[in-house]
Design a protein around this ligand. Sequence first.
Ligand SMILES: Cc1cc2nc3c(=O)[nH]c(=O)nc-3n(C[C@H](O)[C@H](O)[C@H](O)COP(=O)(O)OP(=O)(O)OC[C@H]3O[C@@H](n4cnc5c(N)ncnc54)[C@H](O)[C@@H]3O)c2cc1C
Length: 417
Amino acid sequence: MDLSLSPKAYTVLDQVRQFFEQDILPRNREMIRSVKQDGDLDPPFLDQMRAKAKSQGLWNLAQTELADHQPGLPMSNLDYSLIAEFLGRVLWSSKAFNCQWPDVPNMVALQRYANEQQKEKWLQPLLDGECQSAFAMTEPATASSDAKNIAATITRDGDDYIVDGLKWYITGGGHERCRFYLFLGVSNPDAGPNRQHSVILVPRDATGVTVGAANSFFGYSEPNGPASEINFDQVRVPKENLLGEEGEGFAVSQARLAPARLHHSMRAVGQCELLIELMYARALERQAFGRPLVGYDTVQYAIAHSRVETEQMRLLLRKVAAQVDIEGEKSAYRDLSILKVAIAQGYFRIADRAVQVFGAMGGYDGTPVADAFAWSRAFRIGDGPDEVHLRSIFRAEPVPEMVLSTSAYILPPDISR
Ligand SMILES: Cc1cc2nc3c(=O)[nH]c(=O)nc-3n(C[C@H](O)[C@H](O)[C@H](O)COP(=O)(O)OP(=O)(O)OC[C@H]3O[C@@H](n4cnc5c(N)ncnc54)[C@H](O)[C@@H]3O)c2cc1C
């Protein structure tokens, strides 16, 4: 498989890097203060950044396809991996380029399943960066790692549907810019287990929608968050809001999976690069027992092991990104699961090492190290817990053909001796 990046990828990276150095990094501390101390996820300077990025054509870079009238610069998954990895160093930076989650996976689902009227009403404002959206699947009352358990309901009533159910950990669902939800619920309870659910578009300001408590994860709130509890109490929405056909809820949700898993993995590799640099810089700065921390081989191993794992992760990431570009996501499901497990676990190990090298500062609220620890732990659960992916990977494992029996490979113990 050819993993070479196109010249366009490097040109865009140069432009993004320049933007990052001029506009994003100088405001990083201001942004952290705004989010953590003032609870403001979208300070006014973000709008200015969005306008500037859009005017430079650095917009919607995470879309692989855009129609002529849709704004932005589509990139292949492989090329975008270079950009998203770089932006992963500062997680909120994706917002400046309209590449933030969960909007990007939602846009992909809308591109694929929305009709023309729905695209104009719901997709276009997202592509223009006018608003945000959220994906509402998980429920506190059900084991939501098995989507078949989702129990919220979407019930036809004349020309409307009635939407009902309590959701939580809905990323971005409580953000003031969030205009609507892609809501997953049971519409056809008598159909087969894979055809019972649908996705419907629910405006945030519809009567009966209540945004409740923020759901942070170990105290960390995503930059596009907060993830929130959202109650949908007998919410009436017109039948035109159904996305796809009744019973196609899992297919619509699956359209989100490849971009969600790929892009989180790309940013996670960028986070690992940052953590390696932070570990190294901190170990140069601090002295213990008469020498800089970097002089101790345990610290050197922490950095070196992290380097080994990051190189492995990047290679796997590019291979799966190229595979999705070439073959489409359906034939890459197993590999997307392998990628998700490898990256979530590798990222978590590296974040754990960084916490150790940083000492108490590693758990302090103001460092990206603490955020990475929480976020990498969340990544092992969100978008499918490790175990669910491992189960799929095992199921896709072919029954061994060459080794029909182990005997040809093993010299048995000589029991006569
Ligand atoms: C930071 C964050 C953001 C999130 N954002 C969103 C969002 O935007 N929208 C949304 O709808 N949801 C979101 N989620 C929720 C996330 O998708 C769910 O938490 C996830 O699907 C797991 O569901 P659950 O929490 O109900 O765990 P459960 O289904 O109760 O599973 C608990 C544990 O059981 C084990 N388990 C489950 N199945 C198996 C199996 N087959 N074999 C072995 N062990 C198994 C796993 O260890 C798993 O972690 C988010 C979660 C987090 C942490």
